[in-house]
Ligand binder design. Structure first.
Ligand SMILES: *Cc1c(COP(=O)(O)O)cnc(C)c1O
Length: 324
């Protein structure tokens, strides 16, 4: 429970299982891997030899055949499953089988889906992975922080990888807040929330497609939706700026592309956890899709942005996140 963040949890998992210079197979950053999955700007890329697996650029789905081939060719010490933007469930059994075939550890970086796992709305990596890392502040809806789960045989190595290897004293105020979040996640109301998050993501993905913004993989299994706004003549960065001007917060992210020479484009990434917590439902998802597509159609300085901003503000104000 001590890792200060999701990144610290991943660092602890690597410290427990690997030595500098080891080979690790993780999702390529251009296809949705996290910085801790081998970015040269991050400790992971500097200290380990990362090989990237990816998605089929036509379907957007993980290519488990390619993954298996890469595992056999490079014989990594560990395989990491987890992503910042993959909208579909992961096939943890397939990852386990591939890891077992080459004698690798399987590390699940479940920072995003762990809240859905707690709410029984997504498959659980715990029976399959040697170590599961997660954040406590994404769909899980707790304080900013990280955590690591593992079996008894690795527990001491993981504990030592956190303290004293990568961290000093425990932050008990955050650990107390994590306990409150886990208490909430164990309630039936949290299961209902997790399923509403997914239902809202389905509704938002469908509404975006209906508004002319097809989403990657044709839909979602989770809280996450990604899309390439190229059909509207925009890349993800420009789309993010236009949405921000209208008061809509979303992120740009790398997406695999079958046509770009570099193999990836900047797309957009949306999640439904926050709006679901505010109490919004499928009707509001349709409204959000309309507002979003309207914002994408306007330059940041266009006069119409002001009106959109007011509409966004009014929608948000009618669903206060902290009831009076
Ligand atoms: C968010 C995220 C992290 C890092 O979490 P921080 O708390 O921001 O350090 C690590 N891995 C994945 C897959 C993530 O989505």
């Amino acid at each position: 429970m001590q890792p200060h963040s999701g990144s610290s949890a991943v660092l602890a998992a690597y410290a427990a299982l690997l030595r500098p210079g080891d080979t690790v197979l993780a999702m390529a950053l251009a296809h949705g891997g996290h910085l801790t999955h081998g970015s040269p700007a991050n400790f992971s890329g500097r200290w380990f030899d990362f090989i990237g697996y990816g998605v089929d650029p036509h379907t957007g789905l993980i290519d488990y055949g390619q993954l298996h081939d890469l595992a056999r060719a490079h014989r990594p010490k560990a395989i990491v499953c987890g992503s910042i933007s993959y909208p579909r469930h992961l096939d943890y059994a397939a990852f386990r089988e591939i890891a077992d075939d080459i004698g690798a550890y399987l590390i699940a970086d479940a920072a995003h889906p762990i809240g859905l796992v707690a709410g029984k709305a997504a498959p659980n990596p715990v029976p399959y992975a040697d170590v599961v890392c997660a954040t406590t502040h994404k769909v899980l809806r707790g304080p900013r922080g990280g955590m690591v789960l593992c079996g008894a045989e690795l527990a001491e190595r993981v504990d030592r990888a956190v303290f004293p290897f990568t961290q000093g004293g425990a932050q008990m105020h955050t650990i107390a807040a994590k306990a409150v979040a886990f208490g909430e996640a164990a309630q039936p109301a949290f299961t209902a929330y997790a399923h509403r998050v997914v239902a809202n993501a389905h509704a938002l993905a469908d509404a975006l497609a209906a508004e002319g913004v097809p989403v990657t993989t044709g839909g979602t299994d989770t809280h996450l939706i990604t899309a390439d706004p190229a059909a509207l003549g925009l890349d993800g960065r420009a789309a993010r700026a236009r949405c921000a001007a209208a008061g809509i917060v979303l992120d740009s992210c790398a997406l695999a592309s079958a046509t770009e020479p570099g193999g990836c484009v900047k797309g957009i990434r949306l999640g439904t956890a926050a709006v679901t917590t505010q109490g919004m439902g499928e009707r509001e998802m349709a409204r959000i899709a309309k507002l979003l597509v309207a914002a994408l159609g306007e330059d940041e300085s266009a006069p119409r942005i002001r009106g959109l901003r007011a509409e966004v503000r009014q929608l948000a104000a009618s669903f206060p996140p902290y009831p009076a």
